[in-house]
Design a protein around this ligand. Structure first.
Ligand SMILES: Cc1cc2nc3c(=O)[nH]c(=O)nc-3n(C[C@H](O)[C@H](O)[C@H](O)COP(=O)(O)O)c2cc1C
Length: 357
């Protein structure tokens, strides 16, 4: 297996194994959640740049599931339609389009990073929801609402409806965001989930919400559409009862029979006390390798910044996809450069051939 070998999953074939990692752009008009020219040009230029799979940022399935008021959303048909030009353009470039469906849980209602982060209390803010009423431990945290059973059912419905809308406007691959301390991760981890009903307590109960979402989304979308799940492999809280890499491998094994096709393996984000290891090159790849022991295909992410590095991850079978985040902010043409440097045929758009002679 090598980086430029097509990635086949259900009815989809991506031209290579580079995926643009989901990255929030905080670029909607405040509060409206509709895709703008920024999203089209940003995602489109990574498709022109040769990536196999181009994934949107975390796209909120409900308004309260946004991180900031400028987040992208897919909670109505109008929101979905605003994304259609993006899927059409990505396809026109020979790339595969993917969308990350997300709910920010108790980490919602913040300022976007450019405006200073932290809880948003003005008229543009809202009350976040979580597995419990325990808020994200910020300075002066926002009051948080514990989801009751009806609230949980509404969240499941929101993911399922969003998934259908995403397929209808042309997304080839869907990803459920269950990482980084957002709602679904909050349910998975004993650090954030101290519920005493069917959705808290045991491993089985804490994973129930994600399992139900995966099962119901899979029933809603076409058989041929791949479904990815992004998880945080670990809470990075070794000194307390928390979510571990072993839990992640077990979860992956539970999700595959429900219809998950690939686990996108990230880490952390669930608590400010997390102890992040020195983030050297490929520092999260060993987590992907551990999760892959469950037999489920995986994507590796985290400081993969060079063509050789991406190739190493795939060629040595450490992951099925090399997922590249910040390097794609520096270089939209990462994949074209990688192909040239590694000696593969680059998917150069005809308009740009003179630049890659
Ligand atoms: C600006 C920015 C926005 C991000 N937004 C998201 C997001 O919407 N969803 C997500 O799962 N991860 C998000 N991440 C995490 C990245 O997808 C990626 O996992 C992380 O940056 C590590 O990969 P890298 O070292 O290649 O950047 C974001 C990261 C950055 C830098």
């Amino acid at each position: 297996m090598h980086l430029f070998e097509p990635f086949e999953c259900r009815d989809v074939t991506a031209r290579n194994r580079v995926m643009v990692s989901p990255m929030c752009q905080y670029s909607c008009e405040e509060m409206d959640g509709l895709a703008t020219d920024w999203h089209l040009v940003h995602l489109g230029s990574r498709a022109t740049g040769g990536a196999g799979i181009v994934m949107t940022e975390a796209t909120a399935v409900t308004p309260r599931g946004r991180i900031s008021p400028q987040d992208l959303g897919i909670w109505s048909d109008e929101h979905a339609e605003a994304l259609r030009p993006i899927t059409e353009y990505i396809e026109s470039q020979g790339a595969t389009s993917a969308i990350q469906l997300a709910h920010a849980g108790r980490k919602a209602s913040t300022y976007r990073p450019a405006d200073g982060r932290g809880p948003r209390r003005d008229e543009a803010g809202w009350t976040p929801v979580g597995p419990t009423s325990e808020p994200w431990p910020a300075d002066e945290p926002l009051e948080t609402e514990r989801l009751d059973i009806e609230g949980i059912e509404r969240v499941i419905d929101a993911f399922v409806t969003a998934a259908r809308r995403a397929v209808d406007v042309g997304f080839d691959i869907l990803e459920i965001h269950a990482a980084h301390g957002y709602l679904l991760h909050e349910f998975l981890s004993p650090v954030t989930n101290t519920r005493e009903d069917d959705y808290g307590g045991s491993f089985e109960n804490r994973t129930r919400l994600l399992r139900e979402i995966v099962r119901e989304v899979r029933e809603e979308i076409p058989e041929g559409t791949p479904l990815f799940v992004r998880i945080s492999a670990t809470d990075w809280l070794p000194d307390r009862k928390s979510w571990t890499v072993e839990d992640s491998a077990r979860l992956a094994g539970d999700l595959e029979p429900l219809g998950a096709d690939l686990i996108d393996v990230s880490a952390g984000g669930n608590h400010p006390d997390q102890q992040v290891p020195e983030p050297g090159p490929h520092y999260q790849v060993p987590y992907a390798e551990r999760v892959a022991e469950s037999g489920v295909p995986v994507g590796a992410v985290g400081k993969i910044t060079t063509p050789e590095g991406a190739e190493e991850v795939v060629r040595n079978g450490r992951a099925d996809l090399a997922i590249v985040g910040r390097e794609h902010l520096r270089d939209p043409y990462f994949t074209l450069h990688a192909a040239k440097e590694l000696g593969y045929e680059a998917p150069v758009p005809r308009q740009y051939t003179r630049g890659f002679d």
